[in-house]
Write a protein that binds this ligand. Structure first.
Ligand code: NAI
Ligand code: 15L
Length: 276
């Protein structure tokens, strides 16, 4: 099956961890890949365009979106932290992106939402996309806003969006929690490809996870997207158990799905490694 169904795709957050992981992979999905970020990340290669833009700048976002067929929106603040950058990058930024998509007739978006939209569910619960959000901080709340915003733009303007609640997408799972939340880079690309190619996407909320034996998320509401994960965290299980101790079940980060994010805040200055 060909996956090259779009002429020009926009990837925001291209300088970030997932942007770098997807840059080469997404070239199979389009003729031209437009890459954007706030930070400079070097020159365009063959088949690429580079547009630097702050998501909080409506005019810059309008120019970034003009002329693309679909958007993979990864840009923004990716961890818990002070509200102002989250407001600028994730809330105003998402609004600017959807306004530009509406004005320029972009019909499909893959939005990098997060498991932190539902971080205050417990690790002994299995939830579906129909369960109400329970954000574990300002960051998760901003992603919940993005999910609701995209639903409004679907209901009112017909812009289809996949809100992918990414678990933990890194080269490998880093701790016991990530055995449940891990999403390999190849599976992330498979999931984005499924969202870009499925005939009718609608407004869908999908948990971004690999085929992990232990999971807290039931993706049965998104069978129409046709995502079939092919990787699993299970191959890392023995090594992670050997180098980590048993969780303290009185510790909220071991009880709730959001892990350390449930304790981070409201104005921490933390890196992903410190709160995983
Ligand atoms: P990252 O922090 O490495 O990359 C985010 C990129 O967005 C950075 O390059 C940054 O410069 C850019 N950015 C931040 N504010 C911006 C602004 N105002 N205007 C334009 N660009 C801005 O994050 P990562 O890990 O690559 O994640 C990508 C997306 O996926 C993020 O939206 C994150 O919230 C989401 N996500 C990632 C997960 C993961 O496990 N990596 C898990 C859940 C969600
Ligand atoms: C996220 O939303 C973050 O962007 C990422 O850095 C990880 O911390 C991930 O969640 C996680 O929950 O492991």
């Amino acid at each position: 099956m060909t996956i090259k169904v779009h002429e020009k795709l926009l990837l925001t957050g291209a300088a970030g961890g997932l942007g770098k992981a997807l840059r080469q992979r997404l070239k199979a999905n389009c003729t031209t890949l437009r890459l954007s970020d706030l930070q400079d990340f070097g020159a365009a290669e063959a088949g690429e365009e580079v547009v630097l833009a702050n998501l909080a700048d409506a005019a810059a976002v309008d120019a970034m979106v003009k002329g693309v067929d679909a958007i993979i929106h990864l840009g923004g603040i990716s961890v818990e932290g002070p509200f102002t950058p989250i407001l600028q990058g994730n809330i105003i930024g998402a609004y600017n992106l959807y306004e530009a998509a509406r004005k320029h007739g972009v019909k499909r978006v893959v939005f990098a939402s997060s498991n932190h939209v539902v971080g205050f569910y417990r690790q002994d619960q299995t939830i579906t996309a129909d369960d109400p959000p329970r954000p574990d901080g300002l960051y998760g709340l901003s992603k919940a806003f993005g999910e609701d915003l995209s639903r409004l733009y679907f209901d009112r303007y017909g812009i289809e969006t996949a809100c992918v609640r990414i678990g933990s997408s890194f080269e490998e799972p880093r701790d016991r929690r990530m055995l449940a939340t891990w999403l390999s880079f190849d599976d992330l690309h498979r999931l984005i490809t499924a969202c870009l190619t499925t005939p009718v996407l609608g407004h869908s909320i999908i948990f971004g996870m690999s085929d992990n034996a232990v999971t807290w998320w039931d993706n049965s509401r998104s069978r129409h997207v046709g995502y079939v994960p092919q990787d699993s965290s299970d191959v890392f299980r023995d090594a992670i158990y050997a180098r980590t101790s048993s969780p303290d079940l009185n510790d909220p980060s071991a009880i709730y799905q959001g892990g350390g994010f449930v304790k981070a805040g409201p104005f921490p200055d933390v890196s992903p490694d410190k709160v995983a």
